[in-house]
Design a protein around this ligand. Structure first.
Ligand code: UD1
Ligand code: CA
Length: 473
């Protein structure tokens, strides 16, 4: 195949999005819109990726430093966008694939089929078309009596008869670079929107007697453009379905794919089961044989094989094999759990390492802490890591046992195999093997309850007597 450059049109304001953010940077299932289009074109086998930017160009360029950019300022239409890009198309690219930055559902297979059809038919231009039940808003493919493509007419320029055409322009095309350059010079703004329409290139080339063809996209849903936030949500839902489907086909069980939200960037291992209301985001990596959810939200984190995570929020954290997280656990950035760690219910851990086999089963806050192996943290234990100005570290060595409802006032350490008595407020280091007790000693006042009751009864009787005397007076 001849060398092909892809030009992605992404300079428009995206007025109908009603947003400060450039349209192509809006996220769909974890990636910006432009990322999907570019990935599809690259997978279809192009040798140069050139993005036309204008509105919000600094933001778009910063988000995709790997691409070449052409600046279109001001934005005078899709034809003008391509005029701005052509000088930057590499000299050895004989073909140009054009796609809109706002059609994120187009697949690599479809673009590759378009490129093949273009070459096989020896065309000067091939437009990717689709048949849709409601063509409103799209350019229509106009053919002559022999069925040859003659022009594309935009909605606002179409006659009543043309508006009834249900074959639409998807906004993706293949062109012979040299002919495209010539045709672009002939564009005018003589249309309802006063813009340079790229679609007019098709009519110009057809009138010149060049071979202009169309390639019909088998799945019209792929060609949907995103112009407003309703379409954004619809396209995102489709991308989510695709991701879930790919995972299921690779051996992941998803109990209810319609209620499971796995971003495009996430990987999940074989035989993992994902329950409903699970959100896996960013660069999250889930191992094999895990059981995730229901109600799990995991962001930029990794869980190794065999982990269980239910009803939890995990952010920028790592768990090694066979950890048990939740229900109602909150792992904040910088949490690292070694193998077989339990972070149980109503447990919050932040910026801490927990050693192999250690347990933080209930109602704890662990922050800025290093916990060794086989440590048991009693229910309700908290690390007091913040003195109002600075954060301090707590160190708990291997096999230590922290009694329930302990406060560990950092900086502080508990030695290897040491014991901390329940209810202690530990402010000084506990040496290896020692028992640390830091609480008021218990005192039992014998007979207290009965004595109090007697006193109360006596008082009540006196009051009653006083009332009687007062009445007699
Ligand atoms: C365009 C096509 C229409 C097609 C539809 C498919 C034209 C004139 N019309 O219409 O036939 O059915 O796409 O979705 O081409 N852009 C620029 N610079 C500009 C204007 C637009 O880069 O000056 C970019 C936009 O950022 C967008 C793409 O081109 O990514 C399409 O522009 P848009 O305004 O959405 O065109 P449509 O009206 O959808
Ligand atoms: Ca559009």
């Amino acid at each position: 195949m001849k060398k092909t450059a892809v030009v992605i049109l992404a300079a428009g304001k995206g007025q109908r999005m009603r947003s400060q953010l450039p349209k192509v940077l809006h996220q769909l299932n974890g990636r910006p819109m432009l990322g999907y289009v570019a990935a599809a074109a690259e997978a279809a086998g192009v040798s140069q990726t050139l993005v036309v930017v204008g509105h919000g160009c600094e933001q778009v360029e910063a988000a995709f430093p790997q691409f070449n950019f052409a600046l279109q300022q001001p934005q005078l239409g899709t034809g003008h966008a391509l005029q701005c890009a052509m000088p930057q198309v590499a000299a050895d690219c004989e073909n140009v694939l054009v796609v809109c930055g706002d059609t994120p559902l187009l697949t690599a297979e479809t673009l590759s089929a378009l490129m093949h059809s273009f070459e096989q038919t020896g065309s000067t231009a091939t437009v990717l078309s689709a048949r849709v039940p409601n063509p409103y808003g799209y350019g229509r493919i106009v053919r002559n009596l022999n069925g040859e493509v003659r022009a594309i007419v935009e909605e606002r320029d179409a006659s009543e008869e043309e508006k009834r055409i249900c074959e639409i322009n998807t906004g993706a095309y293949c062109f012979e670079a040299a002919s495209l350059r010539e045709a672009l010079q002939q564009l005018t703004t003589d249309n309802a929107q006063g813009e340079y329409y790229l679609t007019d290139v098709i009519g110009i080339l057809a009138a010149l007697g060049k071979t202009v063809t169309s390639y019909l996209c088998a799945d019209a849903a792929e060609t949907a453009g995103v112009n407003d936030r309703v379409q954004l949500a619809n396209a995102a839902a489709e991308l989510r379905r695709r991701k879930n489907r790919a995972l299921m086909l690779s051996g992941v069980t998803i109990i209810d794919p319609d209620d499971t939200y796995i971003e495009d960037t996430v990987t999940v291992g074989q035989d993992t089961i994902i329950e409903p209301q699970t959100y896996l985001r960013g660069n999250t990596v889930i191992g094999a044989n895990c059981h995730i959810g229901p109600f799990a939200e995991i962001e930029n984190s990794s869980l190794a094989d065999g982990c269980r995570a239910q009803r939890c929020l995990i952010i920028e954290s790592e768990a090694a094999e066979n950890c048990n997280i939740g229900p109602f656990a909150y792992l904040r950035p910088g949490t690292r759990l070694a193998r077989k760690v339990k972070a149980g219910h109503f447990v919050e851990i932040k910026k801490s390492e927990v050693g192999e086999g250690s347990k933080v089963p209930h109602l704890s806050y662990i922050g800025d802490t290093t916990i060794g192996r086989d440590v048991n943290i009693g229910c309700g234990t908290i690390t007091c890591n913040y003195d109002g100005k600075k954060k301090h570290r707590t160190v708990i060595a291997d096999r230590a046992f922290i009694g329930s409802n302990t406060n560990l006032v950092a900086p502080v350490s508990v030695g290897e195999g040491a014991l901390v008595a329940a209810g202690s407020t530990i402010t000084e280091d506990v040496p290896d093997g020692a028992l640390g007790v830091a609480r008021g000693r218990q005192r039992n006042v014998l007979g207290y309850v009965a004595r109090k009751a007697e006193e109360a009864a006596k008082k009540a009787a006196e009051n009653a007597e006083n009332k009687v005397e007062n009445k007699q007076e």
